[in-house]
Design a protein around this ligand. Structure first.
Ligand code: AAT
Length: 296
């Protein structure tokens, strides 16, 4: 009886493959039972894997770190994208840096005002693999409003001054691949310069529990550059600790005082995570985190 129950829940270790991701500093992590390996390659920048699981659907990982799963991709992409998008009065031109799976671009294009999105992803092989094996996430990468650029985003953004309405940093961890370039003060300054006067910005900023040092560093560096800088949080089941940090920044717009909930209520496009209550709630921080940020 026990063995049959075990098999039903997948607890028989030797009849399938397992994926393990080790969290910083290496003594805990997440594991998933894999059904099938779909794609595996070593690009110039990183190892790319896409596989199928019963529970999370298709999973995309870089250097053994989970980037996207079909089950919870909307938790992350909706929070990263809609907070800065709704804080802009009329976003027309948007720059996404990283985000090769296409999830952020898909969310940006839900905003009808958008005329052009440039996605600058360093690794062309990620985009090719996503188009082939992650159709749900990559669904809008062929949209005519999208321009794909394959370059280091930290350099690319320096080509622009006063150009974008919204800039979104959908980058890998600072310790992985080429992600570190997207966590420097210099880079954030270049983003500031590339944004128009009422421009808004968001950046994935890691988690407090395992990667707190990076969260604090990202936040404090962005704060040095932008007059308005606010950390916000969202649930993200398949990222370390499940509580994910994002930083909102702007040249003046305040994400709470200047927020118009009616815009979200009347949006007309399907959103599964983000709504007007979540927008406000996401900026409420637990005491320990609030205190830490006050001292930065
Ligand atoms: N939306 C999926 C989530 C990601 S993917 C981040 C992407 O950033 C990767 O495809 C990677 O190739 C790209 N990238 C890394 N460095 C650069 C760079 N310097 N310029 C442009 N693109 C870059 C992020 C998940 C967060 C991790 C959670 N632990």
């Amino acid at each position: 009886k026990k063995i049959i129950d075990g098999m039903q829940y997948g607890f028989v270790p030797n009849r399938h493959l397992w994926y393990f991701e080790y969290y910083t500093p290496g003594n805990c992590g997440i594991f998933m039972k894999m059904n099938k390996h779909l794609y595996s390659a070593q690009s110039k920048y990183q190892r790319i894997d896409i596989f199928e699981t019963d529970f999370f659907g298709r999973v995309f990982s870089l250097d053994g770190i989970t980037m996207t799963t079909e089950k919870d991709d909307f938790f992350y992409h909706e929070m990263l994208v809609h907070v800065p998008m709704f804080m802009h009065p009329n976003p027309k031109k948007v720059l996404v840096i990283g985000g090769g799976d296409g999830g952020s671009v898909r969310e940006v294009l839900k905003h009808k005002s958008v005329e052009k999105v440039i996605m600058c992803e360093i690794d062309e092989m990620v985009v090719e693999a996503a188009k082939k094996y992650l159709p749900v996430t990559a669904s809008k990468l062929d949209d005519p409003r999208v321009e794909l650029v394959f370059e280091d985003g930290s350099q690319f953004v320096r080509n622009f001054k006063n150009e974008f309405d919204v800039i979104i940093i959908d980058s890998t961890d600072p310790t992985a691949g080429e992600g570190g370039h997207l966590f420097t003060e210099d880079f954030y300054k270049a983003c500031f310069d590339a944004l128009k006067e009422n421009g808004t910005f968001s950046a994935e900023s890691e988690d407090w529990l395992y990667d707190g040092a990076w969260l604090r560093l990202a936040y404090s560096r962005i704060k040095k550059v932008f007059p308005v800088t606010k950390l916000y949080l969202g649930f993200m089941p398949t990222y370390p600790s499940g509580m994910w940090g994002y930083t909102f920044a702007s040249k003046g717009v305040d994400p709470i005082k200047d927020f118009d909930p009616e815009k979200v209520k009347n949006f007309g496009e399907e959103l599964k995570y983000y709504n007007e209550e979540i927008h406000k709630a996401a900026f409420a921080l637990p005491t320990f985190l609030k205190k830490e940020l006050e001292n930065l």
